[in-house]
Write a protein of this length. Structure first.
Length: 591
């Protein structure tokens, strides 16, 4: 059956307009003949494109690049080293502010140059508003993290304050995750309200711009309806073929391993203004409309972070995932500066006969022997015998297994996992990768020391079977529907509910954000009983977010699925677990 998966969901914003193209943008910026224009830029924005367009169309008397006022690259490297670290994968969440990147004497020198210039001055780059003593017009050039990663891979984007185009992707991504994005997000939250315009340069040479009031109005309207963020997909050494067909992806690619359908930190949000589309980081919703989106209790517990992640892991006609484990809460806070950890679950969206997961340890194994065999497998041609130490369980479509932090696990080949987890998504300690190379032809980093420190050795076959393997229990039922609690264990702050239905089902957010995926059925309609939002159509395998603010909503089989059984899986936050599982968001300082 032909895919109906929507790869480019758009939130339509009526009654507002979007300016497109450098010429029209320049005309808007010229109005009222401003003397000083600041163009604040998120790291990864192509500064040269903005500079060239400004030079050609605005013809200012002076253009300042913010790098002129920054500390030297060597000084910045020393400043960030304890947060970037020498670890190949992990760093420590920095408390640095953008102002820490600038040299006071260089700022003074730049300001003197500005004060001695008659006519128009344009300041471009991260920290433009820090340098300017006065700005007649401020523009914020934003950038989604996924696009930044693509630019890292293409060696067209550097880290904040550096000119490191030739550094490895892994290094630049780690640097951005632990330092650049933290610094820049803090500053964005401080200054965006004071800007007059927001600029989208995600697509090179195709800029769009909206007023700041329009942006905030669009964010406000978005949290008053169900919506989807823009999914992105990535190949991997174990990747499969399922996502190509279901999500209508490039058939010429060797595989797709991951599908990120709800990772607001990295996904985009598309805002539609008539036939014009503006692309912004979806995390802006969390930063600037957190309570309406997350709910009061979730916001109080997590701050302006989106705590639930949905993604696909496709091993259909592929290979096993790496054997892995996630850190405990105390460990992730001490070692990496994160305030909560990655409890997760595998919902089997599809599975061939004979599919399996590795989950938990076998009884009576010797930890020292297992770690010794893992270490030797990294340095020899003798593979690690996973089945000697790790329990292997058969799985079928719609099975749901829980994976609390500290539990060794991995999905096997010939399955598609809908991974439902807490958000700190890069903290995976790989223990064994089946003697294969990454797509770059190099071994993927293994984290045996971290893994050894967090594996819960008492989570053996009997414990796994009793506590995390099959947790489904009925909750309620009615005419044409039934509801089950399923998947995530008593230790997780995420609750999952599954609905099987042939007729309309009533849902309620209960004051917390809901994240859902249609795991069975061609399409459904999401509606408001009081008409507070327009009906929203969701297709098979699409993930959608229902803001806490919405309250009651209904889901009904629609179109080709009318009268047929559909199934949704819904995740929300257990507010009774917030105090126990999550520390109030504070900046962790590295000692």
């Amino acid at each position: 059956m032909k895919s109906n998966f929507n790869k480019h969901p758009i939130v339509k914003i009526q009654g507002h307009s979007c300016i497109t193209g450098w010429e029209d943008i320049a005309k808007q910026l010229k109005k009222n003949t401003p003397e000083t224009i600041t163009i604040e830029c998120y790291p990864g924005v192509f500064l040269e494109e903005i500079r060239n367009s400004v030079q050609k169309l605005l013809q200012p008397d002076l253009i300042i690049d913010t790098s002129e006022a920054m500390k030297s690259e060597d000084e910045i490297a020393v400043m960030v080293q304890s947060y970037v670290t020498d670890d190949p994968v992990f760093g420590f969440i920095t408390p640095l502010e953008l102002a820490d990147y600038f040299d006071v004497s260089r700022i003074a020198s730049v300001r003197k140059k500005i004060n001695n210039t008659k006519g128009c001055t344009v300041i471009i780059g991260p920290g433009a508003t820090l340098i300017s003593e006065h700005s007649d017009l401020s523009v914020y050039a934003d950038m989604p993290r996924w696009e930044i990663q693509m630019r890292f891979r293409n060696h067209t984007a550097c880290n904040l304050g550096k000119s490191n185009l030739t550094d490895s992707f892994a290094y630049r991504y780690k640097h951005a995750y632990f330092v650049d994005w933290r610094v820049s997000d803090r500053y964005k939250k401080q200054i965006l309200n004071s800007c007059q315009w927001v600029l989208d340069t995600t697509t090179p040479n195709d800029p769009k711009m909206i007023g700041i009031k329009t942006l905030f109005e669009a964010l406000e309207r978005t949290v008053q309806r169900p919506f989807r963020v823009v999914p992105f997909f990535d190949p991997g050494p174990w990747g499969g073929q399922w996502l190509k067909e279901v999500c209508d992806l490039d058939r010429n690619r060797p595989n797709y391993a991951w599908g990120f359908d709800c990772v607001p930190e990295e996904n985009s949000l598309l805002l539609g203004f008539g036939d014009k589309i503006m692309e912004i980081p979806s995390i802006n919703l969390v930063f600037f409309r957190p309570e309406a989106l997350l709910g009061k209790k979730v916001y109080e517990g997590f701050g302006d972070e989106f705590p639930i992640r949905f993604d696909f892991l496709d091993t259909m006609e592929g290979g096993n995932l790496s054997l892995q484990v996630h850190p405990l809460k105390e460990y992730i806070k001490e070692k990496f500066g994160m305030t909560y950890t990655q409890d997760e679950s595998y919902y089997m969206l599809d599975a061939k006969e004979g599919s399996f997961v590795y989950l938990g340890l076998k009884e009576n194994i010797a930890p020292e022997a297992m770690m010794k065999d893992l270490a030797e497998a990294q340095n020899s041609e003798i593979p690690f015998d996973a089945e000697q130490y790790v329990q292997k369980w058969p799985v079928r479509k719609h099975d749901h297994v829980s994976i609390p932090a500290g539990t060794i696990h991995c999905s096997g080949a010939d399955a598609v996992v809908l991974e439902i987890s807490a958000t700190p998504y890069i903290f995976t300690f790989k223990l064994w990768d089946w003697n294969r190379m990454g797509l770059d032809g190099k071994p993927r980093p293994i984290s045996l020391e971290h893994g050894k420190n967090v594996i819960q050795w008492d989570r053996t076959t009997s414990w796994t079977k009793e506590n995390i393997l099959s947790l489904t229990e009925p909750v309620a039922s009615g005419d044409g529907w039934r509801e089950e609690r399923t998947g995530l264990d008593a230790m997780s702050f995420i609750e999952t509910r599954r609905h099987w239905f042939t007729k309309k089902v009533i849902h309620h957010t209960e004051g917390v954000v809901n994240v859902l995926n249609l795991v069975e059925g061609r399409e459904i309609m999401v509606e408001s009983p009081d008409g507070s939002f327009e009906p929203y159509i969701i297709h098979y395998a699409e993930t959608f977010i229902v803001p806490a603010h919405i309250g009651t909503y209904t889901i009904t089989p629609y179109g080709e699925s009318t009268g047929q059984e559909c199934v949704t899986i819904k995740a929300s936050i257990r507010t009774d677990m917030i105090a126990e599982k999550v520390l109030k968001q504070t900046v962790c300082k590295k000692v």
